[in-house]
Design a protein around this ligand. Sequence first.
Ligand code: CMP
Length: 461
Amino acid sequence: MLGIYLTFAFDRSLRELLKTQMSGLGSRADTIVQLLQLALLGILAYLIVRGLNTMVFGLVRFRRGFEAPTLVRNIFSIIAFTALFLLIFTSIFPDADLGALFTTSAIFGVILGLALQDTLGNFFAGISLQADRPFQVGDVITVGALRHTGVVEEITWRAVKIRTFQNHVVLISNSTAAKEPIEVCPRANLNARLVFFNTLYTDSPAKTIHVVREAVREADNVSQKISPIVRIRNLGDSGIDYEVKYWLDDYAKHNDTDALVRQRIWYAFRRANLNFAYPTRTLVVERKPRIGQHDGDGSAIVERLAAVDIFAPLSTEETSMLAQAATSHVFAPGETVIRAGDPGSSMFVVHNGRVSVQVNESGRPRTVATLSDGAFFGEMALFTGEPRTANVVALAETEVLEIGHAAMKSVFDTNPDLVESLSHIITERKLGLTASRDISLGGDSESAGILASIKRFFGLK
Ligand code: CMP
């Protein structure tokens, strides 16, 4: 300020001094003083513009609670400074024709155009980015063929500044950002992630899916708004390949969350006795599994069959023989174990799980019974030789034990009384299959008919 005051207050003396000290200068001494004044006033104008910028945009933030983008602030400063500078210039050099200087100088225009080609390109691309707002400060973006990924920190008149997850700053010029494809994960959006894992073929998918979903759901930064989805991607060489998809509250922390999710899966696997698959070559020597011959499983199967009410009268040896003759099958939730109308020559005991017995009524399924551990089904077709009377569908992952005609025949041979109790059960169930229970009036004769047909079918007296 003092400099400006002095140059204007002692304007005349300064010019005289220059002329006397440097006699060769002549009229150029005037121009030197004017340029000095221009430079000092230019600096003052710059400071005023900065002050104005802070005031105006500070007020906007205070009043509207909205932070103006850097690019807008820069444009404001450039325009204000240019206007002020031109004002100062014309007041110091009143004879200079600025319009003519800019419009008539074609060479100046070409040089300026060429020199500012990139700068102007970035400038206008920046304006279009501000207008379009395809992304904002705080969003995670991935740009271009090199796939730079990071959090947007700033959008200036020249470039988009992103901070990568290695804490590096990458500057992407606005014109590049306007041309290249950009993947945007907006901050205010529930962005999803995928993490892959696998299990051995011996591990049940229903159990795996449940265990992983629960483990991931509780991890920090995993959104509670949408439940994670676990699904099988592939039946791979070494095991079953899965993916878990989950949504993040803060996508900028996705690397940490992915790592935490993997960790949670590991611990959940430990607790649930699930196993990761790794490349292996397994030599399978096939021996048809006969239940009852298994060391680990056998006793559980014998116990299960012994607890089935119709097999209660059997001796321990007979139950073990039945267990040896039985084969086990596992069904996923929703799978059909028995289809109505099919022929059937075996019955099933629910070892663990749940099934629903359904009949079709006017094209819609009606559930007649839900059977769980220790219940049996499929006896009607086995004992009477008629087609299956209903659909039986697994409600949860269900293991069933299948017992065939031959095994039952040997049971009947030694326990003829069984047939009678079975005929009562079958009669009861048949009544349950019809929507109207009125026919229960004929229950006894129905039961006698069934008893006769079982005996006939199994060649019993
Ligand atoms: P099956 O007819 O061989 O095949 C379908 C099975 O569903 C049937 O044997 C029974 O075991 C079972 N089922 C049919 N009706 C009922 C019912 N009312 N309650 C329980 N189970 C039934």
